[in-house]
Write a protein that binds this ligand. Structure first.
Ligand code: FAD
Ligand code: N01
Length: 541
């Protein structure tokens, strides 16, 4: 490995990285910095991952831009100036492109190439990676930076192919502008993607019909332009703030003291929630320290938001349909919106609760429900993702003895630390199931994983170690720990994508690690300090 092995021929590299979102980009940079040869293989024809694919109108981050950026380089953070509190997709994509140019990443990324199979070769102790372009790459190590929310959920409505109008998927939005002026639009799905895009569609279209299965808690963004002076001043504090953020629960903000709801009387609780609500963004979720531990506490905040919805939506029947009541606040991913609930006061927007009037099929002209037929020019599917495991399982990953990841995960994802799987030597996942990933500022989690993986590869190089594999017992213990923690919370009460409930037939296992990014990073560091406890090494013979 190192200088000598960095040279490659015939598509052979030290490390093959799959995916060129923020995870794959930073992985490539870090690997090259440490003298490893690496190739990134990416299905899209540009960097940015999530921000390359999700180009629907209204798409923006819901963790503030000043937090939702790389923190590994002071030079990078100083070189980019965000223009909005919650930046929109085009700006985040431009940022990803700018970083890729600054770090000269593009020359080592193979775009428009999808990995369709990966095989571990036990004799050669390496991975061979097959692509849809017919090429084969080999790497001693393989790092899956394939994203937690990168495999759109395929809609399974009868008759979809018969629809004569236009069909759009928020997660695969066209690169050219789509303008619904003078047209009618049906939107299926009211998760974050639907909630962000519906107000924009409503401002363009003659009519928008929203098909809702489960209402979502959504908090106001109060988005605004960032004043240049404040954004510049923030740069002086950023590195220290980021160090602090890596120690706290969700990887942004600081460890502000929250109290259990029971420590407030009714008026105090309402005024506290009002204060947090006024700030905008996700803050309401951490207004009480026991928000996801106690149904009673949770309901105080949930009822506060339901009342806000009732206050924003003129028609009380529609307001009740939009007010979530079937799961605790925060146990399905809440949204951050701009003008979502107000949209239902417009004459050109209707809400169909499909629990009352189920979708039966898609027809040539629109959507047929049990009681009606809706004729539309366009259907937008904002129906989400096969989250956390979808992209990995799609790839046909074959480990030791041809054992596939699909076989291993038949009853749900099993990993050690969300980083590695028993039976799959020299393979790593960035923000895999079993790590904080989607319950955190993902860029913080990505950086922590990338740095841990590259430190591990350096350790192996320095100690002549040839292969690394998670120990089956360590993996089982970690899976049990992740589940025990989740079971202490209200999360299992919701039919969420965190638990695989949005995909028919997917095993119901709570996938992310809920103990927080600080506790998790400590565990990873301890594992490394203890000689990679829970991993098996084999030495170069
Ligand atoms: P991705 O960005 O998903 O990149 C993975 C890449 O892998 C993709 O480009 C994909 O094409 C490629 N890939 C997958 N499979 C293959 C294959 N077989 N062959 C080749 N290439 C493959 N997180 C936050 O923390 N804050 C936010 O505000 C936030 N906003 C979001 C908004 C939207 C609309 C969505 C969908 C997600 C959001 N997220 C947010 C989560 C977001 O996914 C992460 O923050 C982050 O961008 C993930 O980066 P990644 O590199 O891990 O994965
Ligand atoms: O997907 P979702 P998303 N018939 O799964 C409905 C991140 N993100 O793309 O809830 C009818 O949340 C489904 O109904 P139900 C963020 O992490 C962030 O919106 O399953 N309806 C739901 O309403 C987010 O959580 C931002 O009952 C069907 C919707 O479709 C994650 O990505 C923006 C259906 C899907 O909602 C996913 O968000 C966007 C069916 N057959 C995304 N199938 C930010 O703001 C599904 N639905 C940062």
């Amino acid at each position: 490995m190192g200088e000598q092995q960095s040279k490659n021929s015939n598509n052979d590299f030290d490390v093959i990285v799959v995916g060129a979102g923020f995870g794959g980009m930073y992985m490539l940079h870090k690997l090259r910095e440490q003298g490893f040869s690496a190739k990134v293989i990416e299905a899209g024809d540009g960097v940015g991952g999530t921000w390359y694919w999700n180009r629907y109108p209204g798409a923006r981050c819901d963790i503030e831009s000043l937090d939702y950026q790389f923190g590994f380089s002071d030079e990078i953070q100083r070189g980019w100036s965000w223009t909005e509190r919650f930046s929109a997709q085009p700006e985040i994509l431009r940022y990803a492109q700018w970083v890729s140019e600054k770090l000269d990443l593009l020359k080592d990324i193979q775009f428009k190439t999808r990995v369709i199979q990966t095989n571990f070769n036990e004799q050669k102790n390496n991975w061979s990676i097959e692509t849809d372009t017919g090429e084969t790459y080999t790497g001693k190590y393989c790092v899956m930076a394939t994203g937690c929310l990168s495999m759109p959920r395929a809609p399974d409505f009868d008759g979809l192919d018969s629809f004569k109008g236009n069909v759009y998927f928020t997660a695969q939005w066209p690169h050219e502008e789509v303008d619904f002026s003078g047209q009618t639009v049906a939107v299926i799905g009211t998760g974050s993607s639907g909630i962000q895009s519906i107000p924009i569609f409503a401002s363009q279209a003659d009519h928008v019909t929203v098909f809702q299965r489960t209402p979502n808690f959504s908090l106001p963004a109060y988005n605004k332009p960032l004043e240049a002076g404040a954004a510049e001043a923030h740069k002086d504090k950023f590195m220290a703030l980021r160090r602090e953020a890596r120690e706290v629960g969700v990887g942004f903000g600081n460890a502000a003291e929250a109290k259990p709801a029971a420590q407030y009387n009714k008026e105090e609780a309402a005024s506290h929630l009002e204060e947090v609500w006024k700030v905008g963004g996700l803050g309401v979720l951490s207004a009480f320290s026991d928000m996801v531990l106690s149904n009673e506490s949770n309901d105080v905040a949930a009822e506060f938001i339901r009342d806000k919805i009732r206050g924003m939506v003129d028609d009380p029947v529609i307001a009740e349909k939009l007010a979530p009541k079937s799961y605790p606040l925060g146990t399905k991913r809440p949204c951050v919106d701009t003008g979502y609930f107000d949209v239902y006061n417009r004459d050109n927007v209707s809400l169909i609760d499909i629990n009352d009037d189920a979708i039966e099929s898609i027809t040539a002209t629109g959507i047929k429900t049990a009681g009606n037929e809706y004729t539309v020019d366009n259907i937008v599917f904002a129906t989400g993702f096969d989250a956390m495991t979808g992209a990995l399982l799609k790839m046909d990953i074959r480990g030791r003895d041809g054992y596939t990841l699909n076989q291993k995960w038949e009853e749900g994802a099993r990993t050690y630390l969300g980083l590695s799987m028993a039976g799959f030597p020299n393979l790593f996942t960035v923000t895999g199931p079993g790590s904080p990933s989607v319950l955190s500022n993902m860029i913080v989690s990505i950086e922590q994983h990338v740095e841990w993986i590259v430190d591990c590869l350096k350790h192996m190089r320095e100690n002549n170690i040839d292969s690394i594999e998670a120990d089956t017992q360590a993996e089982s213990d970690w899976v049990a720990h992740v589940n025990q923690l989740a079971d202490l919370t209200l999360f299992p009460q919701a039919n969420s994508w965190y638990i695989g409930a949005n995909i028919p037939g997917k095993p119901r296992v709570f996938m992310p690690y809920i103990g927080g990014v600080g506790a998790y990073a400590q565990k990873c560091n301890q594992v490394a300090a203890d000689g990679y406890d829970g991993f098996k090494f084999s030495e170069v013979s």
